[in-house]
Write a protein that binds this ligand. Structure first.
Ligand code: PLP
Length: 438
């Protein structure tokens, strides 16, 4: 197959996979080979594939109103209904919702909204954003600068300093603790570093800290107990807003409605995408509290208009897909079922604890990763950072899609509708793939 998709890396022949169709938790390639989609596509197909109810909701909306926009006082019923629904679900008071089409653009929206809001309340100096090492928040200019993975920003010369972005430690105990350091000592050290950074920069110049409750793309990092409590205490002390990026962790993924519930974070701003529509249609949401919205509305009267929005902000078909997704989540008790499936998945994964390649099993709910540690073996054939890709390929050969993340880890993020027998199938395939990787 000719590759005219631009731009792409030079992938090895055995890594190429052309997916043609899908049903439930399975996808099929152009040779009709079946794969269990252990990654929900890219952490997004919560309700699996070919859900007839969702397809009907989308086609009905296409027949009824295929497009209308949200500029200049215009709205439409699926947009209004979805904003109301989301506002009622999130742990933010008097929440207001701004729609986009991707996690990246929603994070860029938040970045700009923070500027607009602090200008509106006459604190224009409050403009810096703290992000963490290993963070992933997207790839547009602002969200790409908030992302800390070198591959996403090293070669793009993003204006990180001009964007006033500060970096603090990743809470990845496994790879970042000092020799002999306990989890508590590790947390205390990195929280002290955070406070030093804030004091050094001057708290009055810092608007917010962006947080993935559990980071996905950089290896499914679950911070040690106590980390978020201490981070929040510091942020509240210095009047710094907590911006929670729920693009992966939102909607039942971690065993609760939101990742911030699982990890005990009280957010000021939230970002959603991916599972919001179960990936049946691109849609994202940047959610803020009413008091920020009100201050911005007042300012917009003075400025003429709030000059931010995308053509496809609140696309009616995306809103219809999201509304139906949320309805199915609720009606079918998907979050509760996913939490229970997550407990089962973890129990099965624990069987790998003594596997000669596995260094750590981590995650929450149906968001899990295995850290592969080739140097546990005496004679490893893997350079650091290469084993994940090999294991991913081995899984693919056995009909299981996983994702190599952060070099040595493989992530598992199956659709929320996965059954116990399908989890058993994941484990069987993974066992074979890990043995091939030895
Ligand atoms: N934020 C997080 C936590 C993500 O994982 C991602 C994508 O994986 C994004 C933002 C960016 O979302 P998108 O790829 O839809 O732009």
């Amino acid at each position: 197959m000719s590759a005219m998709i631009y731009p792409t890396s030079n992938f090895a022949e055995q890594d190429k996979l052309c997916i043609e169709r899908a049903k439930g938790v399975y996808v099929y390639d152009s040779n009709n080979k079946q794969y269990l989609e252990g990654m929900s596509g890219l952490w997004c197909t919560a309700l699996g594939y070919g859900n007839e109810e969702l397809i009907a909701a989308i086609t009905n909306q296409l027949h009824r109103l295929s497009f209308s926009h949200l500029f200049g006082g215009k709205s439409h019923s699926p947009g209004v209904a979805l904003a109301d629904k989301l506002a009622a679900m999130v742990p933010i008071e008097d929440a207001r919702v701004f729609f986009g089409t991707s996690g990246s653009d929603a994070n860029d929206t938040h970045y700009k909204i923070l500027r607009y809001y602090f200008n509106a309340i006459n604190k224009p100096q409050k403009r810096k954003i703290i992000t963490r090492e290993r963070a992933y928040h997207g790839v547009t200019v602002a969200s790409g600068a908030l992302t800390s993975l070198p591959v996403n920003n090293r070669h793009f010369d993003l204006p990180i300093d001009a964007l006033n972005i500060l970096r603090t430690d990743s809470p990845h105990y496994f790879s970042s603790h000092l020799q002999g350091e306990s989890e508590t000592q590790f947390v205390d050290r990195i929280v002290a570093n955070l406070e030093s950074l804030i004091l050094h920069e001057n708290p009055d110049t810092i608007a917010a800290m962006i947080i993935e409750p559990i980071t996905g793309a950089s290896g499914v990092i679950v911070p040690p107990d106590g980390y978020y409590k201490k981070v929040q205490t510091i942020l509240r002390k210095y009047d710094i807003l907590i911006w929670v990026d729920e693009v992966i962790t939102g909607f039942g993924r971690t065993g609760n409605d939101f990742g911030c519930t699982t990890m005990g974070i009280k957010p000021d701003l939230m970002t959603f995408a991916k599972q919001l529509s179960s990936a049946y249609y691109p849609i994202s949401a940047a959610v803020i509290p009413g008091y920020m919205h009100d201050a911005m509305v007042e300012q917009s009267s003075a400025n003429g208009v709030f000059g931010h929005g995308y053509t496809y902000s609140g696309h009616p078909v995306g809103c219809a897909a999201a509304l139906k997704t949320l309805e199915i989540f609720e009606r079918e008790h998907i979050f509760e079922k996913a939490a229970e499936a997550g407990v089962y998945l973890r129990k099965q994964l624990e069987k790998f604890v003594d596997h000669p390649l596995v260094g750590e099993i981590r995650g929450k709910g149906l968001l899990m990763a295995l850290e592969l540690v080739p140097n546990k073996l005496k004679n490893t054939r893997f350079a650091d950072g290469k084993v994940g890709a090999f294991a991913q390929r081995a899984c693919q050969e056995h009909g299981l899609i996983v994702r190599a993340v952060a070099g040595n880890s493989i992530a598992l993020c199956p659709p929320l509708i996965i059954s116990h027998s399908q989890i058993d199938e994941i484990i069987q395939k993974l066992t074979k793939a890990l043995d091939d990787t030895l």
